[in-house]
Structures are given as C-alpha cells and as structure tokens.
Design a binder for this molecule. Structure first.
Ligand SMILES: NC(=O)c1ccc[n+]([C@@H]2O[C@H](COP(=O)([O-])OP(=O)(O)OC[C@H]3O[C@@H](n4cnc5c(N)ncnc54)[C@H](O)[C@@H]3O)[C@@H](O)[C@H]2O)c1
Length: 357
C-alpha cells in the first residue's frame, strides 16, 4: 500500500485523517511546523510526525500527499510535492488565483502524478444521488440553478490567516465559493460560463462587537488580527447556453436559525430538484397527469455527510492505484478559480464582467 502523508495538521488535515482511515488507507505521516499540533493529529492513527515538507517529500514510503495548509501555500507546496513525484490531493481553493493554478498545472504536466482537487461536496451522498438522477435526464434541460451556504456565526479563524487577504486570497467567496461553484456546475454538466456579476460585503469582522463569538471553524477570534476580506457574497453567472446560476455565501449574518439550509436547487424543463448538501434526501418536483408530484429520494443508509471525505479518499486512492484520475481534476480547479477571479473583478468594477480574463 502506498503511504499517505498529510501536509497541515489543522482542522481539515484532521478531517482528512479520519476520511483516509475510513477509506482503508490511514495516514502514515503528518507534517506541520507546529510539531505539537502534528503529534496530536497523528496520535489517533499511530502516524509519524515531521516538521517540514522537505522531510516529508524526501520519504520514499510516502507516495501520496494531501495538501491542507493556508491557501497561499497551496501552489508552492503542491508544486514541491509534484516535483518530488508524489500524487497530490490539493485542498480547495486550488490556489490564490488562476495564474497560480496554471503554475500547478504546468508542474503537473511534467509528471505522471495524480492531481485531485478537494471539491469534497461532490462526494456528499446527496450530491452523488442528485448527479445520478440528473444524468438520466430526469430534469430535462437545466435553465437555472441556485446554491447557497449561509452561516450565521462561522467566520473561520477571525483575525488569523483565513481573514488576511495576503494569506487567503479573499474571504467567504474564495473559501465557500469553490464548493458551491464546482458543485452546481458539476451537476449541470459543466456549461460554459460567459458573464459574471458579483457583490461582496464585510460587516462582521470589525468592529468586533458586531460579531458575538459562539463557535466556529478554526477556533476563537483574535480581534486584534487582520480582517481585510469579505464575509458575505453573492454572484450570478450567465452561461453561454442561456442558463443562469446564482450563488449566495456568508461566513456571518443574522439569519434566523433553520430558515435557509445550505442547499442546491436546479430548475429543469421536465422537473426541478432541491437538496440540502448535508441532508439525507433529494427532492424532485414535477407534474404527473396534470397533478403536482413531489418525490423524496433518500440517500443510501449510513452515507451521511461524514462519509464524503471517505469517498473523496477512496477516489484518490483508486486513482493512484490504477494511475487513472477519477476525481475533480486540476483543469476543473483552474476553471473554478477563473470564475472566482471574475467574481472578484466584478466586485472591484461594481459591474458584470466577462468570465474569461
Ligand atoms: N474541504 C473542505 O471542506 C475544507 C474545510 C476547511 C478548510 N479547507 C481548506 O483546507 C486548508 C486548511 O484549512 P484549515 O481549516 O485546516 O486551516 P488551519 O489553520 O486549521 O490549519 C492549517 C495548518 O497548516 C499548517 N501549516 C502552515 N504552514 C505549513 C507548512 N509549510 N507545512 C505544513 N503545514 C503548515 C499550520 O500550522 C496549521 O496547522 C485551507 O486551504 C482551507 O481552504 C477545506
């Protein structure tokens, strides 16, 4: 069995360790300059610990790595790993911008390595069920789609790298945007996007009184730290085939609990579909004999959201084993980043822009 290394022992690095173990290929080595963190993350899996990527990448027993570090390190560490001959599962966003993504792809093109981008929402059981149903033509032509992830109290690591543009590339748009954009376009069969319009807002990072900390990814806030990114965003994509995609994301808001769940809605000429990404079923609505008909399709037993990372790792391991990439590709990662770049251009211009730069 090829050995798995995880670069970055933070929040998602630990989730990857669980996913890899569930997939039957547990992590062998954790790498993090914060050795205490690495040791704590490695302990449940009896994994070894190293403090530098150079040390990890020099190991012959490690053939596959997960890159799970702050966004600004995605490009350089992915390139180092590819040049060292490792297969790479690269967390989202693929890099800070499409220029950096292209550099990763250029490095990848010089190797035979597998490169998979961490669009894990595709591996949610709801998303997989939705895709199977859509691919049978159930919805007809999809003419509009919506995807939302609206958090009430969820600014990740307020005041640290997630909210520092130089380290993250942006705020909620580059954090949750890759998941939403990839998932909805994946379900629609990846139509070409022609025009992009987006808006961003920043209301909850400063002053700190505007945001009462309850609980969030990446720990309690450092209110003296940086916050130079957006914490709310919306976008509309106009596809070349006439279809529209609207996206809404927030890290923080005053949205009352339970009003809008993180979900995807697809409108087709024959039927419409809605599902909560973290939920246990997919809804399809259409018309039967002139009567409104709603169909609730349950996901397979035991395949709740927690198993998405397991399937992501099964996909990565299988691709590495037979040397045939099956998961979200680097080219798809670049395509998503080009759209994110266009969304940021639209925010700066306060106007709709071409999707291509
Ligand atoms: N797929 C998902 O659903 C999902 C969820 C959360 C985060 N992410 C992505 O995962 C990445 C990491 O996010 P996180 O929440 O785990 O952040 P985090 O801050 O919790 O962890 C990052 C870790 O990287 C370590 N690190 C920094 N420099 C390093 C280096 N040179 N070598 C090795 N380790 C280094 C840090 O010490 C830290 O432990 C981000 O790109 C984020 O966008 C993806």
């Amino acid at each position: 069995m090829s050995g798995l290394g995880i670069i970055g022992a933070g929040g998602i690095g630990q989730v990857h360790a669980q996913g890899a173990a569930d997939a039957g290929c547990p992590v062998a080595v954790f790498c993090d300059p914060d050795l205490d963190k690495a040791k704590a993350a490695a302990a449940p899996w009896d994994a070894k610990v190293v403090g530098s990527t150079a040390e990890l990448l020099a190991r012959e027993d490690i053939t596959r790595v997960v890159v799970a570090v702050p966004n600004a390190l995605h490009m350089p560490l992915a390139i180092d790993a590819l040049e060292a001959g490792k297969d790479v599962l690269l967390e989202k966003p693929m890099a800070l911008n499409s220029g950096q993504c292209q550099q990763v792809l250029d490095a990848h093109a010089k190797t035979n390595a597998i490169l998979q981008v961490g669009f894990v929402c595709r591996f949610a059981a709801t998303s997989e069920l939705a895709k199977r149903v859509i691919d049978k033509g159930t919805l007809g032509d999809i003419y509009a789609a919506k995807a939302i992830m609206l958090r009430r109290r969820g600014i990740p690591g307020l005041g640290r790298w997630f909210t520092t543009k130089a380290d993250s590339g942006g705020g909620v748009l580059i954090d949750l945007g890759p998941h939403l954009t990839d998932l909805v376009l994946h379900l629609m069969g990846r139509p070409q996007v022609a025009r992009v319009s987006a808006a961003g807002s920043s209301n909850f990072g400063k002053p700190p009184e505007a945001y009462k900390f309850t609980n969030m990814w990446a720990g309690p806030p450092d209110v003296s730290g940086a916050f130079d990114v957006e914490d709310g965003a919306s976008a509309m994509l106009r596809c070349a085939n006439g279809a529209t995609v609207t996206l809404e994301a927030s890290w923080a808001s005053h949205l009352p609990d339970g009003t809008l769940s993180d979900g995807v809605t697809l409108f087709g000429t024959k039927a419409a579909m809605h599902f909560d990404i973290w939920g246990d079923h997919v809804l399809v609505g259409n018309e039967v004999g002139g009567e409104m008909a709603d169909c609730k399709l349950p996901i397979p037993e035991g395949e709740g959201w927690g198993t998405a990372f397991k399937r992501e790792h099964e996909c990565f391991a299988a691709s590495c084993a037979d040397r045939t990439a099956k998961g979200p590709s680097g080219a798809e990662g670049l395509g998503i980043q080009q759209l994110l770049d266009a969304m940021y251009r639209s925010i700066d211009a306060n106007a709709e822009v071409d999707a291509s730069s």
